[in-house]
Design a protein around this ligand. Structure first.
Ligand SMILES: [Zn+2]
Length: 769
């Protein structure tokens, strides 16, 4: 395997027996994990699977999460301060405007100062003809300009949010939008002013736990095997203190102002080498200021570089200022430095020497070089790690991934668009220790390879089912069979050699795909009667290797022969597992189609028979197959089928049925309103016009039924008589209409309308159950 310590590929020799003591730096749990993490942990997962499942080493694999770190402290503190501000109603919209504008001015001022400083350094570098410093400062300037652009965008958003509201009803909304727009500048300002007031460990702890949990969930979603041992820094503080004391006792570390630093001068005077992984240029140029700053964390060292004897010394223990979590120690209250944790937890679990140590490329320096130095100092050895492995950088569409470039892809986002299997195949198609590009093209490539595998497995399965050891096929091998057999052996050989050569999954995958291509060509060549046994051997082998790679997991239906022992359909039928339900569905389908056809043949309605057969086909697609986990889609090019989780499909069916029911209910309710209205109309139209006013209100009527005397004997007024006449005329028309329409049988119309209303009500009742 390629050993970053020597920069060469070296044969792997474990220290003891076939045991492999393997340590991997886990994430610093301050934010969501991104696809760069996915690459690192998936690559090591694949290597570990090859070590255990293919090469049969005895691996003990440890991962540690960094849950004490300056970035965690800073994030947790700023989030807490923002939360408190959000809840503080005394800071109303207008006060918030003042605060946001102040914070913005301060941020701009700081940004200007930073730019001036970088430009100064750049000029000095140019004057001194120092090309390394010049490149570094140019890089910093570029980063600064991106950050400045983001700040300018923030400014636009903040000023907009400051003008939003004049009305008083949406003051709360205006306050929230301003808080959102000004979030980052306000967080920095509050942290400068009030950060020291956040002292509760629970604030930092909760932040770390949240992202640690997210990381574990992401790893599970990616199908990464759990480590054999998990550790975290907060549970190792006493051991870390002991470890630091040992280095002090050996004279290679010193206390300074509450912090402890590793003395590089003393370390090297004792014969050790520093920067083994990332030698600092020809002649061992000094560490740059930027590298130093990165190594010491976002909150800086205990009290600045003047605490150090040599500016390149690094912190083993950092004195904590107010607002930074602190643990008691003989050096004073403080916290572990960034690098010390890995040496301590690995030492505790795996012993004083490691077979393999892994991590992402960006951890080489300073993190891993510092780990090496402090471990050598403590354990008194010259080679703490035998094989150091680093995954290559991951670029997003050709660019370095960063939040400021807005091309930051979290693992969750990547999994929204791709399956874990597709991501894994994508990484398998790359050399794990080389830089790679994550782009639409690399993922499309992975998808198409996935399809190639899947189609091959399904085709061989169908073949095996149809003529497994059919006596009539003939067993004699022809020329094409011999060629395929050779290709099969060559593929196995290449896969084996590739895996032994620095876990070269790229070539191994190519060898698997090559034999599949050969087999596909063989299957499509005319006049050939395919050798089912040979094809089955190839499909089984490819499946085994993909299982080693973690592309196929134990239970899934991707690989060859899934659901049956070896792709022989007969086996499943014999023991009744799996295929019975499919056979049942097929038999029922046949019976229904047959019945419909026979009915038509007997002289029935052939059009109706066609309708009913189409309906049977739809019901197979929409009702029967979904419960078996088969999805059919009718497309212009023909029917596509796919396997799907039956639970997912059953849920889809239920959702669809619920939607249809809702539509049906709506329709029926409308019908009910219309029919009820009609019923009322029939009822009222049935009254004969002359009977309309035959009520207790009146005493006498004329021949047309117009009332003339009120019940008390008074005459009905002229105006009223006119009105009643009109009403009677209207009723006469309605009555006549009803009589005409019903053929003088209004009772029948009444009954049938009433029945319609009753029927609708019954249907509604049935549906609502
Ligand atoms: Zn580490």
């Amino acid at each position: 395997m390629r050993n970053t310590l020597t920069g060469k590929k070296e044969p792997f020799i474990p220290m003891k027996d076939r045991h492999v003591r393997w340590y991997t730096c886990g994430p610093t749990v301050y934010d969501s994990s991104h696809v760069g993490h996915a690459r690192t942990y998936l690559s090591f997962d694949i290597m570990r699977r090859i070590m255990t499942d293919y090469l049969h080493y005895n691996v003990l694999y440890q991962v540690n999460t960094t849950d004490i770190d300056d970035k965690i402290i800073l994030r947790a503190r700023q989030n807490e301060l923002l939360r408190l501000l959000e809840e503080d109603t005394s800071v109303d919209y207008s006060k918030l405007i003042t605060l946001a504008k102040e914070a913005l001015d301060e941020a701009k001022l700081k940004s200007d100062e930073k730019k001036a400083k970088i430009e100064d350094e750049l000029n000095t570098a140019k004057l001194n003809n120092d090309s390394r410093a010049r490149t570094e400062q140019e890089g910093l300037l570029e980063q600064h300009l991106v950050k400045r652009k983001n700040l300018d965008n923030d400014e636009i958003a903040i000023l907009k949010a400051c003008e939003v509201s004049n009305g008083d009803d949406d003051m709360d909304d205006a306050r929230s939008s301003l808080l959102l727009a000004a979030k980052s500048v306000i967080a920095e300002k509050l942290d400068r002013e009030k950060g020291h007031l956040i002292t509760d460990h629970a604030v930092f702890n909760a932040h770390a736990r949240k992202y640690e949990r997210e990381f574990m969930e992401d790893m599970e979603a990616l199908g990464i095997r759990e480590p054999d041992v998990l550790t975290r820094v907060t549970e190792y503080v006493p051991q870390i203190i002991e470890f630091v004391e040992k280095i002090i006792a050996k004279g290679m570390a010193y206390k300074s102002n509450g912090s402890v630093y590793l003395s590089l001068d003393e370390f090297q005077a004792k014969g050790h080498n520093y920067r083994k992984l990332n030698p600092a240029g020809p002649g061992g140029a000094a560490t740059s200021a930027a590298e130093m700053a990165e190594g010491e964390g976002a909150l800086g060292g205990g009290g600045g570089t003047n605490e150090k004897r040599n500016p390149n010394d690094f912190a083993l223990w950092k004195a904590s200022k107010a607002g930074e979590p602190a643990w008691e120690s003989p050096f004073g209250p403080g916290r572990p430095g960034w690098h010390i944790e890995c040496s301590v937890v690995a030492g505790d679990i795996l012993g004083e020497r490691l077979d393999i140590h892994s991590g992402g490329e960006d951890l080489k320096f300073p993190h891993h070089d510092n780990e090496l130095a402090q471990s050598e100092a403590c354990f008194g050895c010259n080679q703490w790690v035998n094989y150091f492995t680093h995954t290559g950088h991951l670029h997003i569409a050709g660019l370095k991934m960063s939040k400021s470039l807005k091309n930051f892809v979290t693992i969750r986002q990547a999994l929204e668009h791709n399956t874990a299997r597709q991501l894994r195949i994508m990484f398998l198609l790359q050399a794990w220790d080389q830089p790679m590009n994550y782009s639409d093209q690399t993922i499309d490539d992975a998808r198409s390879k996935e399809t190639t595998f899947k189609n091959f497995f399904r085709e061989v399965e169908a073949l095996v089912r149809n003529d497994y050891l059919d006596e009539e096929v003939g067993w004699r091998m022809g020329e094409a069979d011999h060629k395929l057999a050779d290709a099969y052996l060559a593929s196995r050989q290449t896969v084996h050699e590739s895996l032994l050569d620095n876990f070269n999954t790229k070539d191994a995958m190519a060898a698997l795909l090559k034999v599949i291509n050969e087999a596909n060509a063989y299957l499509r060549s005319p006049n050939a009667k395919p050798s089912t046994l040979l094809l089955r051997a190839i499909a089984t082998y490819v499946t085994q290797i993909l299982q080693v790679f973690g592309v196929i997991s134990g239970a899934d239906e991707f690989g060859f022969g899934s659901g049956t022992a070896d792709g022989k359909g007969g086996d499943a039928a014999a023991d009744g597992s799996g295929s019975e339900s499919y056979i049942g569905a097929m038999v029922n389908f046949r019976e229904s189609v047959r019945d419909a056809a026979l009915e038509a043949a007997k002289g029935g309605d052939s059009k109706a028979a066609i309708q009913s057969i189409l309906q049977i086909c739809d019901s197979l697609r929409d009702e029967t197959l979904p419960t078996l986990g088969v999805r059919l889609e009718d497309r212009p090019t023909g029917t596509m089928w796919n396997l799907e989780d039956p639970e997912v499909m059953i849920k889809e069916m239920a959702d669809k049925a619920a939607k249809e029911k809702e539509i049906q209910l709506g329709k029926l309710e409308k019908q009910l309103v219309a029919r009820t209205k009609e019923l009322e109309k029939v009822k009222s139209s049935m009254i004969k016009p002359e009977e309309l006013f035959k009520t207790d209100e009146f005493k006498e009527w004329d021949e047309n039924g117009v009332p003339t005397l009120l019940a008390n004997g008074d005459p009905v007024s002229g105006g009223q008589v006119k009105k009643k006449k009109k009403a009677i005329d209207k009723q006469a028309k309605a009555y006549k209409d009803l009589m005409d329409k019903s053929g003088n049988n209004p009772q029948e119309v009444l009954e049938s309308t009433q029945k319609q209303v009753d029927d609708i009500q019954a249907k509604l009742k049935e549906l609502s159950v």
